[in-house]
Unconditional design. Structure first.
Length: 167
C-alpha cells in the first residue's frame, strides 16, 4: 500500500459499487471507513474484511456526520457513491417527492461531503471521487429526477474550489 492510500471513506459501502470499491481498497491494504444506512449489510462487509473495514451506519446526507468522519479518520480518498433507488415511472405518474428523491440523497450527499472536505480540509493531494451514472448524460423516460441529479453536483462544486473534475 502506498502512503497515499492509508485511509479511504466510501459512502454507500453496504452494496453495489460502493461495496465493491470498499472491498477492492481493503484488498489493497487501505483502511476503509464505510458509510451506509443499512447496519446489517455493513456488519456483513466488516465480517468479510475484518479490521480493514470500519462500518459507520448513518445517513450520508448528514452534514455533521461528514465533518466528524473526515475530522476523525483524515482520509486521503473520499468515494461518494451513496444514492437512493430511483422511482421508475413516467413523469406524469411521479409526485414531487418521488421525482426529487435522488436530488435529496444523491446530490445532497455529494454537496455535503465535498463541502466538509473543503472546510476541514483534506490533506494536499487527497482525492474526492463523486460517482455518477450514464443516466446523467442520456437519461430515460422512466428515470424521473434521477437522470439529472448524479452528474450535476461534482463539476459545480469543484469549479468554485479551484479544483478540476476528472471524467
Amino acid at each position: 500500500m502506498s502512503d497515499f492510500l492509508q485511509t479511504a471513506v466510501v459512502t454507500g459501502a453496504s452494496r453495489g459499487f460502493g461495496r465493491a470499491i470498499a472491498s477492492a481498497l481493503v484488498a489493497m491494504g487501505t483502511s476503509v471507513v464505510g458509510v451506509a444506512r443499512d447496519e446489517q449489510e455493513l456488519r456483513a462487509v466488516r465480517n468479510e474484511h475484518g479490521e480493514g473495514f470500519t462500518p459507520v451506519a448513518a445517513d450520508a446526507t448528514d452534514e455533521a456526520l461528514a465533518q466528524d468522519v473526515i475530522r476523525e479518520y483524515r482520509p486521503s480518498l473520499l468515494v461518494l457513491n451513496a444514492g437512493a433507488t430511483p422511482h421508475m415511472a413516467p413523469v406524469h405518474e411521479q409526485t414531487w417527492e418521488t421525482f426529487s428523491r435522488n436530488w435529496h440523497t444523491d446530490t445532497r450527499h455529494v454537496f455535503t461531503w465535498t463541502r466538509a472536505a473543503l472546510r476541514e480540509p483534506l490533506a494536499p493531494g487527497s482525492v474526492v471521487v463523486a460517482m455518477s451514472s450514464g443516466a446523467a448524460l442520456a437519461g430515460s423516460a422512466l428515470s424521473g429526477g434521477y437522470a439529472g441529479d448524479p452528474g450535476s453536483a461534482p463539476e459545480y462544486l469543484v469549479s468554485g474550489a479551484g479544483l478540476r473534475p476528472v471524467s
